[in-house]
Design a protein around this ligand. Structure first.
Ligand SMILES: [Mn+2]
Length: 243
């Protein structure tokens, strides 16, 4: 009955399989994936389809799934006079933003799929959680992709906007809660050079930062067992798998 957390796979399918091999997920274990399965790395849709087959995985939405959803839903509809009229500046801006953030890799794998599988993927993304409250071994956790933007101790979780959950980074130097750990992805720890454990999972001020930069040269995909505190890493080779 172990609980694991992981985040920001970004299409790094081989690293994902490596971690699954290490944690040896049992039927009664649960793995939470805190978003950003898609984009940037070589196999985002292959990774997502694998996750969709795993009954004991619970996914949260990341900013990359959100960007993809907004574009894929529009792009896969039949082109009609009506939909051409919808091709407005807002859509084009969304599309440009997604492409600049590695969406091309997701498009490449999404388009050859049959329509039913495309539908399944879109529905799966829509069903992802935005945040999860959890108690493991008597310790309380909040899981969320990016952070609690515009944090205030008096603000209820239900009062945060989607943008504050999936885009805005937390301040790891501020303890948000005395009795709750906030587990986040989105911010690659290998880029936090001032932190003594940069590149590893960072635990600080009741924050737990688990995005170790799977798609960044020299970075890793990480997983954490919340029951034991054990950390697992699959390190990205410096020169393969990604252009
Ligand atoms: Mn992100």
């Amino acid at each position: 009955m172990a609980t694991y957390v992981m985040s920001d796979i970004h299409g790094m399918y081989d690293l994902f399989l490596d971690i699954l091999g290490q944690i040896d997920l049992k039927d009664d274990d649960t793995l939470y994936i805190l978003g950003d399965i898609l984009d940037r790395g070589p196999h985002p849709i292959k990774t997502l389809l694998k996750i969709m087959e795993m009954p004991n995985v619970i996914c949260l939405v990341g900013n990359h799934e959100f960007m993809a959803l907004k574009c894929l839903e529009f792009l896969r509809q039949e082109i009609t006079n009506e939909s051409i009229n919808d091709l407005d500046d807002v859509f084009l801006e969304n599309f440009m933003t997604w492409m600049q953030n590695g969406g091309g890799k997701t498009m490449d794998e999404f388009y050859p799929l049959d329509k039913d599988t495309q539908d399944d993927i879109i529905e799966f993304i829509k069903d992802c959680e935005v945040f999860v409250r959890l108690t493991v071994g008597g310790k309380k956790y909040i899981l969320v992709h990016a952070g609690l933007g515009n944090f205030s101790p008096d603000k209820r979780l239900e009062e945060y906007s989607l943008y504050e959950f999936i885009w805005e980074r937390p301040d790891y130097n501020v303890k948000y809660f005395d009795d709750i750990y906030v587990v986040t992805g989105h911010t690659p720890t290998c880029l936090l050079e001032d932190e003594p454990s940069a590149g590893r999972i960072i635990r600080k001020n009741n924050h737990i930062a688990i995005d170790c930069g799977s798609v960044i040269p020299g970075g890793s995909l990480a997983a954490l067992c919340l029951d034991s505190g054990e950390e697992f890493y699959a390190k990205r080779e410096k020169s393969t798998e990604h252009d």
